[in-house]
Design a binder for this molecule. Sequence first.
Ligand SMILES: [Zn+2]
Length: 611
Amino acid sequence: MKKRFFTAVMAAFVIGNVLVGCSAEKDENNSSVLISQDSYLDIKPQYTLITDDYMYVVDENGDKVRGFFKADIIKAIGDEIKISYYLRLVTAFENIAICAYDEYGADEVKFYAYNCDTKEAVNFYNGKFYPSATDYYNDNVLIRYSDVEYSFTINEDLTYTENDPVNEDFFEILADYRMENPQDRSNKGISVARTLDETGYLLVSAKDEDPNGGDSNRGYFMLKSDGSVTALPQIKGERVTIADYDESGIIYETSKDWDFEKAYCLDTDTLEVKELPWEEQKTSLGINDGILYSCDNTESDVYMINIYDYYAYDMASGEERKIFSTRSVPGSGYGLGRKGDFQMCGDNAFVLDVAGDKIKWLRVSYEDGNVSFTDIDCPVRDVTPLSYGTVEYEAESYVCPKCGKVVSKSYEEYPVIDESYSEHADEINNSLKELLTADDFYDYSDDDCDMHDYEEGLFDTHESLVWEMHVINDRFLTVDMSTYSMAVGAAHGYGTDYQVVYDFETGKRLKNEDIFRGDEEQFKTFIAEKTREYAANSDEDERSRFFSPDLDGIYDTAYEIASFGDTNLKFYDDHLELVYLQYEIGPYAAGVFYIDISYEDFIGANTLTIE
Ligand SMILES: [Zn+2]
């Protein structure tokens, strides 16, 4: 689990940097096209494709209508957004996007409406905490909590009125129950008003927790808008999880001893229960028009290369078929295939996948077993390593010759740049491959079999991933890498985060000593001074991340570990970054330190050059 967390954090960090840097540019390109589109009336939340930084609106044909970009919205809102990560894009209608700012630790959640034509935003509501759903329905923005659904009319000029809460009588009846959210519609908010109209009932459970704990036999009910109640004793198990429901049926999973047991579909007309043909748990992606979509994530023969099989289960016939598959693409960062990476908008299916050098929403057609993907121009992330060529990998499994167990697996990526970038492309590619792939990662002695008594499927892992590639001044190729190693039984793994630099003009790798103008003693002093300066300018919280908050102590530690060979520098267009990994100048929990340095200070030039 640590590994996944680390990888996700790394990804979030890297992606954050990339998108802030380029989304403004993208917006210029897109907005001129988008503004000329006719207003798109009556958008359902089901017609939005939402990721962290982008919200696209598609039409009934599955074509893009417009896109909203978080960076633009933050610019419009201004200083109130302190941490962009906490601003969530929620829903859209016409040229208005609705967002919620849910800052960790803050005592309220702020709701904003943003007009993408005027580029203005208004804070129209503050809630005590994050609601269960925010939906645009019957011309109003509905914000749903467990006991009330607030309603706002928001006009194009961003004037707004708060209406009376909707369905107040129904919420009085609902007070005796607990609302079961239609959970898996790709995190798209569904209001109670819409659920009652489109589904005809709300799925609820008895309010009191089962005295035995857990969700077992809590008692589920269909609650209709007139207040009539149908008990559903069919839904039972040691633990029950509701996947999703619609007018035709309720999909639920049962588990025993915390392990997946079975998945079922309860027909809401006949109240009969059918078992889904799932031998193992799949990720439920939500119901659309009587079809439950799900994804099964399996490891291929290669560690880190996963296969994502998407399934459609027909709730009426009980038949399930595989509709298409995708697989991990080397160089694209962490895997796709998570909840939210597949979304239905009306009759059209969309999946997030790598196309060219971007991750994009692709429209999937899978009629009669023929699968095709259509690019609808809805990018959500740049995959820079694929801008310069391809990313290849070496993967190995080490099987102990004595006990026959797989004891470790490794996966190492390396970029292969296109020869058009440099006449030394071959030399650079060979050097990168040699540098980034270890000949022999494993070092097990003969008497280790005692330690190989791992549980089935457990092994040591090592992965090395290519995250970002850029070219500075048309000459210097930078490749940002991360590695992560985890031993079975260890409290945590160990990660590195570093960059390698090549010179297109010579084909040579540039090390610190090739760029810094001075000897190693001067380099050590420079690095130590920059580290002390950073600590001196940091607030108390940041300073406390160091092993010792004492500035002279920080200088001494930094001086001690600095060297041409080991100091971790990353080069960018307009500055460089000094990176300290875990344990170097602070405890493991303090994480990684990034210290910005100007080229002026480093080499007395305003950009990266070599002498
Ligand atoms: Zn062994």
